[in-house]
Ligand binder design. Structure first.
Ligand code: SAH
Length: 344
């Protein structure tokens, strides 16, 4: 038996062609799976009984299992979801006034080893398939009845280390036959992989890009984010500039504030010089701590002081409110540590 959710629209079109069903059946099946989130072929009521029976003979419909739900006092909800191979991943629902954002994972664990990130401690287990990425959203909609307005690829994993599946997931999330979330409401966040940035710029679905900058010198960035050894700052910033030229879109730089490490006046000055001529937003993220972390969170006064140093020169500065940090649902706190992960 095959999980029918592994088939994208093109593969469903091939299937209906082989089965000699009408072409539009592919779209109907896709809508049942990705828009209506049905659990069985019997629920696909606009298909004939014969088609439903033939589908059920060959396929089943997968679903992520809810392993744990934790709600923070700001209303942020962290979902621990179990994959078919029993690996666990985490996804987060963040509710604000006009926005309901779901943060999805793209990998089980992560290979990049950023020093300030809890996911890194898990090591890399495996890439998620595109349908496992989209199913995180479905599981949350199903459980809460809340439909998201925004999707961010900021959960466990590095999206550009799993770029093909991430792009396929974006197609389903954006599709009129899928989750119908506008491209501008989808953001992919990367630790800084220039090839991925180039490929994203060429993607016909114009999603937003965020780059986790986090340091202003190669020596510090390479210590905090070992990927910087392979792709140093000049290489990364060149890719960012190319992205802006190719797409005509601004991008966001994320900057995790680690007290005493990257939040000094000299850091702010270097950041200004580095980004002054790049049309971008800067999102400051006060460090979210987790058990065993080696860094500390700057006092809120220091966070606003850092923002104020930037502000006159880089006006698009925002401070990301720490959401869900008390249930370890904040940025960089996702790691399914409470169960062993299964390697494939
Ligand atoms: N791998 C991708 C997406 C996951 S991390 C990336 O690096 O962008 C999402 C964001 O959380 C990144 O900006 C990252 O720098 C930030 N982050 C990681 N650990 C953090 C922590 N402990 N506290 C606050 N932000 C963190």
């Amino acid at each position: 038996m095959t999980d029918i959710k592994t088939l994208d629209l093109e593969q469903l079109l091939n299937l209906v062609y082989q089965m000699k069903w009408e072409k539009y059946r592919a779209i109907q099946i896709y809508q049942w799976l990705w828009q209506k989130n049905v659990e069985s072929f019997d629920q696909m009521t606009n298909l004939s009984k014969t088609i439903r029976a033939q589908l059920a003979e060959r396929f089943y419909i997968s679903r992520l299992k809810l392993a744990q739900i934790q709600t923070g006092n700001d209303g942020t909800i962290k979902f621990t979801l179990e994959l078919e191979d029993q690996n666990l991943i985490e996804s987060v629902l963040i509710i604000e006034q006009n926005r309901r954002t779901i943060c999805v994972s793209t990998q089980v664990g992560c290979a990049l080893g950023c020093r300030f990130c809890a996911t890194a401690r898990m090591g890399f287990i495996r890439n998620l398939r595109w349908h496992e990425i989209v199913e995180q959203i479905q599981a949350i909609i199903n459980y809460t009845g809340i439909s998201p307005t925004n999707i961010v690829f900021m959960g466990m994993g590095e999206p550009f280390m799993n770029i093909e599946e991430v792009f396929k997931a974006i197609v389903a999330i954006n599709s009129d036959y899928g989750l119908r979330i506008g491209a501008r409401r989808i953001t992919v966040s990367t630790a800084g992989i220039p090839e991925g940035i180039k490929k994203l710029a060429a993607l016909p679905i114009q999603v937003r890009l965020a780059i986790s900058l986090n340091a202003t010198t190669d020596s510090l960035r390479s210590k905090l984010m070992p990927i910087n050894i392979k792709y140093p700052l000049n290489h990364l910033l060149a890719a960012a500039r190319e992205y802006i030229i190719a797409t005509g879109r601004r991008l966001t730089f994320e900057y995790v504030l680690l007290d005493g490490v990257n939040n000094l006046t000299a850091d702010a000055e270097r950041l200004i010089r580095m980004l002054r001529n790049i049309p971008c937003k800067i999102n400051l993220i006060p460090f979210n701590s987790f058990p065993g972390a080696d860094f500390s969170t700057p006092h809120p006064d220091k966070v606003s002081k850092f923002a104020q140093l930037l502000y006159p020169h880089l006006p698009a500065v925002t401070i990301r409110k720490s959401r869900g940090s008390q249930v370890l649902a904040g940025c960089g706190q996702l790691a399914s540590r409470f169960q062993n992960c299964h390697r494939q």
